[in-house]
Design a protein around this ligand. Structure first.
Ligand SMILES: [Zn+2]
Length: 489
């Protein structure tokens, strides 16, 4: 898919397209200086009364033998000033409409907007188009047809729009990278496969270096919590460390830690059967880390970034960890495992302890951690926990800006009491109430020295039911946050 920006020049028609989308304001004004051909084509449509003044009303006008192309797609803008959020939804609607028309080329005229609005709209359209372009066809003998649209041009008065299109496309493709990893079946996406993904990223981007730690190395580091999760699986665990260097080596890196449970059966605390296949998505946190590394490298952001993925498969088996077992974490705290299905926090606590050695500027973990988060926030917002208000604000703002929203949840000390164990320093699960909060509280025991945030994406990382598939969230939020860090640097 190609996106390009074309400046609007007075009186000259940009030509060369199949379908041109025109946004009209409430005075029926399409662009700063509409050409004679366009005015002539619009006159009968606007004059016949079929195209009223209702906000967002649209109309497809077929053209024959016209230098304007094969069709005009008209959209009515609302009277009121459009908020960024409204523009975002509008852009998504327009992208879906253009894609459904099945033309190889289309043009979207944004010249009615000021630069800020044009950029917001363009960002939304590009991200939606990338989403629409995505297919997971790896195992289909007859793959579904590809999207017809190959090239979308934006008409604009804003010389910066080309830059916006480029960074939006990098993000859109990173989201699809995360979706592809998420959608890959568990038998084709083992911890070793994830390690191979990291090696490939380093091969593709000279600014990325990768180091893979095997079980013996993790043993030496004392990662008893992480290793206990992989104990029942035939696939050994991996700790994947990726380093992106975009500025002076002395500058503290931002560190992302992803939960990479390539399949979560629940272990000995076996999950119920229905929808258990969706547990291949339990590595979507890890997928978002890979994608954020890729987008950062492709955007050559002037920051340092470390991505850590704790990769393991959680299976029952003769050597699997049992409820009641006690393990020792890398940080030295002992953990009583009361439920082997609460394994995400076990792999994360060791990965977070390992992350400390990078002295992070900020430390963010991303995990499909708890069903309780889905109960609390549904599928709209990711749960955000943080021990630092500025970091929380920056993440919330990034999510708001790029429409990948999170909602802050409490990390009060009072909740921590629920994690007390009779035999160890901590239990890996608390009672029924506030399951997402107590999971975050568990992690907070391992990050008190860091500026740390935790994103629980169990409700947002994949679609259930008929539209089952990875969403690529929260890649947008992460990349937008890293871009804001780069801007501030
Ligand atoms: Zn689990």
């Amino acid at each position: 898919m190609k996106f390009s920006a074309q400046p609007v020049s007075n009186g000259a028609d940009p030509g060369g397209t199949d379908c041109r989308t025109i946004l009209l304001d409430d005075a029926d004004q399409p662009i700063a200086a509409p050409t004679a051909e366009l005015t002539a084509a619009l006159a009968p449509v606007l004059g016949c009364g079929a195209f009223g003044k209702t906000a967002y009303q649209n109309l497809l006008v077929p053209l024959s033998d016209s230098p304007l192309g094969r069709a005009l797609l008209l959209y009515r803008l609302p009277n009121s000033d459009l908020s960024r959020l409204a523009l975002w939804a509008f852009g998504d609607g327009v992208a879906n409409h253009i894609a459904a028309l099945n033309f190889p080329q289309a043009t979207l005229d944004l010249s009615v907007f000021d630069p800020e609005k044009a950029r917001a709209m363009a960002e939304s359209v590009v991200l939606s188009m990338c989403q629409l372009d995505y297919r997971y066809t790896e195992f289909k003998s007859t793959p579904p047809p590809k999207m017809k649209l190959q090239h979308l041009r934006f008409l604009t008065q804003d010389p910066q729009l080309a830059e916006t299109l480029k960074s939006a496309q990098i993000l859109g493709e990173a989201i699809n990278f995360a979706r592809r990893l998420g959608d890959t079946p568990g038998n084709h996406c083992t911890p070793t496969d994830l390690a191979d993904t990291a090696v490939q990223l380093a091969a593709d981007h000279s600014a990325i270096e990768t180091q893979i730690l095997g079980e013996r190395q993790m043993q030496k580091l004392g990662m008893g919590a992480l290793l206990s999760v992989a104990a029942g699986s035939q696939h050994p665990a991996r700790l994947i460390v990726m380093k992106y260097c975009g500025t002076r080596a002395k500058i503290a890196p931002h560190v992302l830690v992803g939960k990479g449970i390539t399949f979560d059966s629940g272990g000995i605390t076996l999950k119920p059967g229905p929808a258990m296949d969706e547990m291949k998505f339990d590595m979507c946190g890890a997928a978002s880390v890979f994608a954020a590394m890729q987008a950062t490298a492709r955007s050559t952001l002037p920051i340092n970034l470390v991505g850590i993925v704790a990769a393991a498969e959680n299976m029952p088996g003769g050597r699997a960890t049992k409820p009641g077992d006690v393990v020792r974490s890398m940080a030295g705290k002992t953990i009583e495992i009361l439920n082997t299905d609460a394994e995400g926090r076990l792999v994360l606590c060791d990965a977070l302890a390992y992350a400390a050695k990078f002295k992070p500027a900020s430390l963010i973990d991303i995990a499909t951690l708890t069903g309780a988060c889905v109960v609390a926030l549904g599928h709209q917002a990711s749960g955000l926990y943080a021990n630092d208000d500025a970091l929380a604000e920056a993440l919330l703002a990034a999510g708001e800006r790029i429409y990948d929203r999170a909602w802050r949840m409490p990390l009060w000390t009072e909740y921590k009491a629920q994690l007390e164990s009779k035999v160890a320093d901590l239990a890996n699960i608390a009672g029924r109430g506030a399951g997402s909060v107590t999971a975050a509280c568990f992690l907070s025991h391992f990050t008190s020295e860091q500026k740390w945030a935790h994103l629980d994406v169990a409700g947002t990382a994949w679609h259930r039911g008929d539209t089952k598939g990875a969403t690529g969230r929260p890649v947008s939020l992460l990349v937008e946050y890293l871009r804001s860090c780069a801007q501030a640097a």
